[in-house]
Ligand binder design. Sequence first.
Ligand SMILES: [Zn+2]
Length: 338
Amino acid sequence: MSDSTPLNIWSDPTPNEIGNSVKDFLNHLGGPVWIDVTGRDQSRCRVVTTLLHGNEPSGTKALYQFLKSRTVPAVNMHFLVCSVEAALTTPEFSNRHLPGKPDMNRCFRPPFDSQEGKIAERIIQRLQTLAPEAVVDIHNTSGSGPDFTVTSHLTDDHQNLAARLSSRLIYTGIKLGSLMEIELGIPVITLEAGGSWDLEADQTAMKAIQCLTEQDDLFAPVSGRKVALYAHPMRLEVLSGTTLDYGTEKSPDTDMTLHRDIEHQNFGVTAGNTALGWMNEQSIERLMVRDYDGKNLVREMFYIKDGELFTACDLRLFMVTTRPRIALSDCLFYLVKA
Ligand SMILES: [Zn+2]
């Protein structure tokens, strides 16, 4: 594949052609592929992207079901299944990205010099050419927890589209190089459908694809749906080189240990003075909660007492993971003051 070759496009695959299982389907694709499905109204189109992270299967499963159902969508649909190789690297659906390669959903900004960056650039080019009404990027959260949407713009269209997909909306200006940050002049929304192995997450992704393929107007107000808005979350990150474990007591071998059941804090209010784990006083220097000016606010949000880590004020935590590798390379969780 040369640098300028567009990604493969598969138009209107029949249920027989996509194989007998999601794994079959991915083996057929072999790499990032656009799947185009012709709709009733061919003057408009919408885009659904998924599997940017190889360990987040709900969107792909939902797409597979949709293609099997042979439903004709309301408008032309363009589905992107992205990190197929990472997903198929054994054990399947366990690799967020290929070992030693960058995270695909951090590559949607220049320079597009890695292989993943080049794929991102081609995705952006096709999105610009397609000029869809909306783009929805379906993910799973790394931990277990409820579904939510994420947006970097907050127009009525963004909010009304998001309200169709989830009852929780996160509005963030954090720039990470994710697909959602691409400026297309139309709503680009991330749907975090819930944990990778939660049946509910598969259902949420299916409902999203159903909504995006069936509804004529994605931007009319949704009556009776109350959406909880979480504005400007920050990330709790750790300095590289830190060691981390999850458990029910302090691990003797790591800089910090977080409670194994910390995922239960997802989206609820975590009151001030709640213990989250164990670390020694000096290790708080390893934690960062950067505001938009890059100032570290960790000591406003957390404190250490007798070797335990506590919240210093009422917080709402979300995208809490219990996987050390993801926590260390991405973040422990997102937070807003409650
Ligand atoms: Zn993801």
